[in-house]
Design a protein around this ligand. Structure first.
Ligand SMILES: *[C@@H]1O[C@H](CO)[C@@H](O)[C@H](O)[C@H]1NC(C)=O
Length: 221
């Protein structure tokens, strides 16, 4: 939390545990195959209207204890991690560890492509999380040594305040890699809360999974 009010991290922690996030994807590892890598690219939509709450769009992995989360948020002045945000989005790598840690928050405009890549680093055994804006890495954090990856999420959250709907948006190039092949990881049928697309396929028997573009409708948490 260096350089940022500690209270915000605490608030995020409490809110995450207390609020019912709108989880369009919640995908559980099973059969002894854990998540070891994932990537997801959010195409930033327009800002919520009105801008009255902290609206957060994120992908994430629930680890054994920690929660690692590439966040894009829009919030009015005084809320959230960026100042002078206006109708833009604040993007950063975030790790909900016992002392919440985040990478640098960086502003991007609607239309920008915000990719978060999560990977269990085989030499350090840390989870390296990197957020890219239009293919340039801007925010990183490495945490959660040795923890297994249990659940992959794509979600919308009203992290604080009174939130307008998150405008419709899409997630491109979602991928998840497992520790060992598990054909049963495949989700069939619709995703949650009206999200369409996101069809999963594997070309290596169930270790590496690719998704078609996921389209998320305007969503209120
Ligand atoms: C693993 O972490 C080390 C130390 O931070 C880094 O130099 C290396 O590039 C990482 N490996 C991969 C595959 O990213």
């Amino acid at each position: 939390m260096k350089g940022f009010p500690a209270a915000i991290g605490v608030l995020f922690t409490l809110v995450y545990q207390a609020s019912a996030n709108v989880d369009h994807i919640s995908l559980y590892a099973s059969g002894g195959a854990t998540i070891v890598e994932a990537s997801a690219t959010l195409v930033l939509p327009s800002a919520p209207n009105p801008i009255t709450g902290d609206v957060a769009l994120w992908s994430a992995i629930q680890l054994e204890r920690d929660f690692i989360q590439g966040v894009s948020e829009n919030a009015p002045a005084g809320l959230g991690y960026c100042t002078s945000l206006g109708s833009n989005w604040c993007n950063f790598a975030y790790a909900l560890t016992p002392n919440a840690q985040n990478g640098k928050p960086v502003i991007a405009a609607p239309g920008a492509r915000v990719r978060t890549h999560y990977k269990l680093n085989s030499s350090t055994n840390l989870w390296d999380q990197s957020v890219y804006i239009n293919d340039q890495v801007v925010s990183t954090v490495s945490t959660s040594q040795g923890q297994k990856g249990n659940i992959f999420y794509v979600s919308v959250e009203c992290a604080s305040g009174s939130c307008a709907a998150a405008p419709a948006h899409s997630w491109e190039d979602i991928s998840v890699v497992l520790s060992t092949a598990n054909p049963n990881f495949k989700h069939t049928g619709n995703w949650n809360f009206g999200a369409t697309g996101g069809e999963m396929s594997t070309s290596d028997g169930g270790k590496t999974w690719a998704f078609t573009t996921l389209n998320v409708p305007a969503t209120t948490d």
